[in-house]
Design a binder for this molecule. Structure first.
Ligand SMILES: C[S@@+](CC[C@H](N)C(=O)[O-])C[C@H]1O[C@@H](n2cnc3c(N)ncnc32)[C@H](O)[C@@H]1O
Length: 276
């Protein structure tokens, strides 16, 4: 992870509660993840399932797991592990600082790999492909991956369209807006979008959040975009077919579920089995 991105996440850790869905998973996402995991587990019949969580997403760590687990949550930003990880439980879960690409986990050791939105930090396609290969390496052939992806829509919107929808109160959540704006600024998945450019587009539009009718634009939510100021790190949002094409290099049985909430068409939850 480039230094800029680690700084962003260390900054975010201290203000984590200012972020909300859809950038964090909501109850609907968790229900879908639980169901995917439970369906897989019925056939796999393990007594204890090893789980590798990419990140420390508390909603995933503390969800009602439909089977006994031994979970490792890994995040490169120390601040996230210190401030956001819900705490170790011996024999059940452990939070560690580390890089997913050099996790040190044994080959085939993690039955279930799960994550919420981590691929967007990896350049598409090569670095996303490398992460996919590494996640596949740590899984046994009868494992499962569950991942909520942030996907560009197939017919990209223009930044003007997103900004005018926001200015007229048609985007309920500031976090959804921030991601829609970011995606609209992405020329293509390989170039991604620079964080600073998201901030510039927002400031340049001169929208006064205090004058908007929708309640999801609190000062604290709107303030989260300031963390992108002067950050050169880029975000990458491949569309679903682009992302699943990479996944298919290592996984079979791909299932894609689109949630029903605002922007759900850009937040598919994807599950797949490691190819033997
Ligand atoms: C899992 S993602 C998505 C966040 C998610 N939507 C949430 O709030 O629950 C965010 C985390 O990924 C971490 N991260 C990004 N690249 C990483 C890498 N190569 N290794 C470990 N952690 C990484 C960041 O530090 C950040 O804390």
């Amino acid at each position: 992870m480039p230094g800029d991105l680690r700084t962003t996440w260390n900054d975010m850790a201290a203000r984590f509660n200012d972020w909300g869905p859809p950038l964090r998973p909501c109850a609907e996402d968790i229900r879908v993840m639980q169901k995917m995991a439970a369906n897989w587990h019925r056939a796999s019949r393990r007594e204890k399932t090893t789980v590798f969580l990419c990140g420390v997403t508390p909603e995933i760590v503390t969800m009602r797991w439909p089977f006994p687990i031994e979970l490792i949550g890994m995040d490169q930003a120390e601040g996230m592990v210190r401030a956001v990880w819900p705490g170790d439980l011996p024999g059940v879960r452990r939070g560690v600082v580390g890089n997913w690409l050099e996790s040190g986990l044994r080959t085939g050791s993690q039955d279930l790999v799960i994550g919420d939105g981590g691929f967007a930090f990896f350049p598409y396609p090569d670095a996303q492909r490398a992460l996919m290969a590494e996640l596949r390496r740590v899984q046994p052939p009868d494992g499962l991956i569950i991942y909520r992806h942030f996907a560009q829509v197939e017919k990209k919107e223009s930044p003007d369209k997103v900004l005018s929808a926001a200015a007229s109160g048609r985007i309920g959540s500031f976090h959804a807006f921030k991601w829609m704006l970011a995606m609209s600024l992405q020329v293509d998945s390989a170039r991604g979008v620079r964080q600073h450019d998201i901030w510039t587009a927002w400031v340049g539009a001169g929208i006064d959040p205090a004058g908007l009718p929708q309640p999801g634009w609190s000062q604290r939510a709107v303030g989260t975009i300031d963390l992108y100021r002067d950050k050169q790190a880029r975000l990458y949002f491949p569309a679903v077919p682009e992302f699943t094409a990479l996944l298919e290099e290592h996984y079979d049985g791909i299932e894609v579920r689109f949630p029903t909430y605002e922007m759900g068409e850009r937040c598919p939850i994807i599950s797949a089995w490691p190819r033997a």
